[in-house]
Design a protein around this ligand. Structure first.
Ligand code: PCA
Length: 330
C-alpha cells in the first residue's frame, strides 16, 4: 500500500517518536551484591538479571556488582532503601538488630536441613516481607546458604577448646552464639574473610562449606566441623518506589524471573552442598561431625537462643514459631 505523502510523513514521525520513547523508557538498575562472582548465589542472580533483560526486550537492564564492589555487604540494604541502588542482595540476618523476624533463620538448630529451612520460609515469608515493606523494600526472592559449621585450627572436643578464641561473625545472631560459646565475636564480611584469617584478626569461623571454599579457608584452618546448625538466607530486595515506576510488563517479567530464581537457587544450594564439602576434603581439611559433648553444648545454646528470640519477637514471633512447629508435625 502506498501512502499519500502527508500521511507518509506523519507515519515516519510517529515511528520516530515511538523509537525515541522506547529509548527513553529503557531502565537501568544497579544491583550491588556481597559475594564473589563465582558463588552460586551470584551466578543465580546473574541468570536472573539476564532473564529480566531478555523478557523485557532490553527495557530493564540490571547490572550486577558482585563482591561488595559497589556497596559493601553491610551498606547494601541502606543503599537500596535510599534509592542509591535500585535493587540488591543482602543476608537477612545481617539486619537482625532491626527486627527479630530477621534473626529467625539463624537461631541454631531451629531449622537445620533443607526441608526444615523450606518449611520455616513458608511459614515466615509473609511476616518477613511485611517487615521489609515497612522499610520501603519489596522482597523478590530468597535463597539459603548450605548448612553452617565451625572452622577451626585445632580439633574441638568441646567448647572449652574455643574459650577466648576470636571467631568471625557475619550477623548479630552469629555474634550472640559466639558469645554464648565463650569465644570472642569479630564481624568480618565474606569479602574480607581470607584476609582477616591470614592476618590473625580472627582464628576461627562459622559459615557454610560454600564460603569456606570461596575463601579457600584451608589455607589458614585445618578443621571443618559439619554441625549443620542453620541455613541462613539471602534475599533480593528492590526499592518499592523504583518497582512502582516500572511499566506493568516489566514488573511482571521481574516477578516471574524472581520466582524462577528462587526455585533454581534452593535447588542449586542443596545440590552443591556435598560438592562444596568434597572440595574442602580435597584441599586436605579434616571434615568431621561435632563430638557428642560439643553437639550437646551447641544444642543448649540453640535452646537458649530460641527462648531469647521468643521473648523478643512478641506476638508475630510466637505465631510464626507455632506455625513452624505445627507444619513440621504434618
Ligand atoms: N556464607 C556467608 C553467610 C552464610 C554463609 O554460608 C558468609 O559467611 O558471610
Amino acid at each position: 500500500m502506498t501512502l499519500p505523502p502527508l500521511l507518509r510523513r506523519s507515519a515516519a514521525a510517529l515511528f520516530g517518536a515511538a523509537l525515541a520513547f522506547s529509548v527513553f523508557a529503557e531502565t537501568k538498575w544497579d544491583m550491588p551484591t556481597p559475594y564473589p562472582v563465582s558463588n552460586f548465589h551470584t551466578e543465580n542472580i546473574a541468570q536472573f538479571a539476564s532473564e529480566v533483560a531478555a523478557a523485557t526486550g532490553g527495557q530493564l537492564k540490571i547490572t550486577v556488582h558482585a563482591n561488595g564492589a559497589l556497596y559493601r555487604a553491610n551498606e547494601i540494604k541502606r543503599a537500596v532503601q535510599g534509592g542509591q541502588a535500585q535493587i540488591g542482595e543482602i543476608i537477612i540476618s545481617g539486619a537482625a538488630n532491626e527486627d527479630p523476624l530477621f534473626a529467625l533463620d539463624t537461631i541454631p538448630f531451629l531449622a537445620s536441613s533443607y526441608f526444615e529451612a523450606r518449611t520455616l520460609w513458608q511459614v515466615s515469608r509473609s511476616k518477613v516481607e511485611e517487615r521489609f515493606a515497612r522499610q520501603g523494600l519489596k522482597v523478590l526472592f530468597s535463597v539459603p546458604w548450605p548448612p553452617q559449621g565451625i572452622y577451626a585450627k585445632v580439633a574441638l572436643n568441646s567448647l572449652a577448646d574455643l574459650k577466648g578464641v576470636t571467631i568471625r561473625s557475619y550477623s548479630p545472631t552469629v555474634a550472640r552464639m559466639i558469645e554464648l560459646m565463650g569465644a570472642q565475636p569479630v564481624t568480618v564480611q565474606a569479602a574480607d574473610l581470607s584476609q582477616a584469617l591470614s592476618t590473625g584478626v580472627v582464628s576461627a569461623n562459622i559459615t557454610s562449606a560454600s564460603t569456606g571454599y570461596d575463601a579457600q579457608s584451608w589455607q589458614q584452618l585445618s578443621y571443618y566441623f559439619d554441625v549443620q546448625a542453620w541455613l541462613p538466607k539471602n534475599v533480593v530486595i528492590v526499592n518499592q518506589q523504583q518497582f512502582d515506576r516500572l511499566d506493568s510488563p516489566s514488573r511482571e517479567a521481574l516477578l516471574e524471573a524472581a520466582a524462577a530464581a528462587e526455585r533454581r537457587g534452593w535447588k542449586t544450594s542443596e545440590e552443591r552442598t556435598r560438592w562444596y564439602v568434597e572440595q574442602l576434603k580435597k584441599n586436605h581439611m579434616k571434615v568431621l561431625p561435632a563430638s557428642a559433648d560439643l553437639q550437646q553444648e551447641l544444642f543448649g545454646i540453640g535452646e537458649r537462643m530460641t527462648r531469647e528470640w521468643l521473648a523478643q519477637a512478641g506476638e508475630d514471633g510466637r505465631l510464626v514459631y507455632d506455625a513452624y512447629r505445627q507444619a513440621l508435625k504434618k
